[in-house]
Design a protein around this ligand. Structure first.
Ligand code: FE
Length: 214
């Protein structure tokens, strides 16, 4: 009996509406073989998938907000990201190392996985589709400024763009610049300004809403 333990075919009689693509069928076939040969257990795959889906960019945002408000934590985060995020209760769900790269007035980092879709899922959840697209992976290398412009980010010419290539062994997270006008804001309010895209580097964090005088 074939047991896929795959979301769309978990229940007998429920079939996906559309034909699975060739890569999807290949992945299922490999999964089936690994389970059949006892290399992995079907439950392990499901547990990993659930853990990965339970994370979202709000987790990464908390890490960033902490770094903005606590200089000692910021230093630890840049020196040893795995240990620093562990302090906040986050464990990396894969064996890959995590590196946090800091944006400054001089350097802006943009993250890409040129090979496939490596991404700090432990802190951001699953990557967006555009991150996995061939177009992004290619264009981020050829013209990072034009990619960022499409996301609404126009960088000054004197800012150096540094492209970092995530791999299966090392994934990058951007520590974006703290927006102006956020002095005195609490960590929680700051975290609300940190978007997924700003931790990939295609945008800056949101600006605080300016309260108009009554
Ligand atoms: Fe990848």
């Amino acid at each position: 009996m074939r047991e896929y333990h795959h979301d769309e075919s978990e229940h007998e009689g429920i079939q996906p509406d559309s034909e699975l693509s060739l890569p999807a069928r290949r992945a299922l076939a490999i999964h089936e073989l690994l389970v059949e040969k006892g290399i992995i257990a079907a439950d392990e795959v499901r547990e990993r998938t659930d853990a990965y889906r339970s994370r979202s960019p709000s987790d990464g945002a908390k890490v960033v907000a902490k770094a903005w408000t606590d200089p000692a934590f910021r230093k630890r985060l840049l020196d040893d990201a795995r240990a620093a995020v562990y302090e906040l209760g986050y464990t990396l769900t894969h064996d890959a190392e995590l590196a946090v790269v800091e944006n400054t007035s001089e350097v802006h980092h943009l993250v890409v996985c040129t090979l496939c879709s490596c991404y700090p899922t432990s802190l951001l959840g699953p990557p967006p589709d555009w991150y996995k697209s061939f177009a992004y992976r290619q264009r981020a290398v050829i013209g990072p400024r034009s990619v960022m412009r499409e996301f609404g980010l126009e960088l000054d010419d004197q800012v150096q763009v540094r492209l970092v290539d995530s791999t299966a062994d090392l994934r990058y997270l951007v520590l974006p610049r703290r927006p102006a006008g956020t002095e005195g804001m609490a960590e929680e309010e700051l975290a609300a300004l940190v978007t997924r895209d700003s931790m990939i580097g295609v945008t800056e964090p949101l600006s605080p809403k300016i309260e108009s005088p009554a």
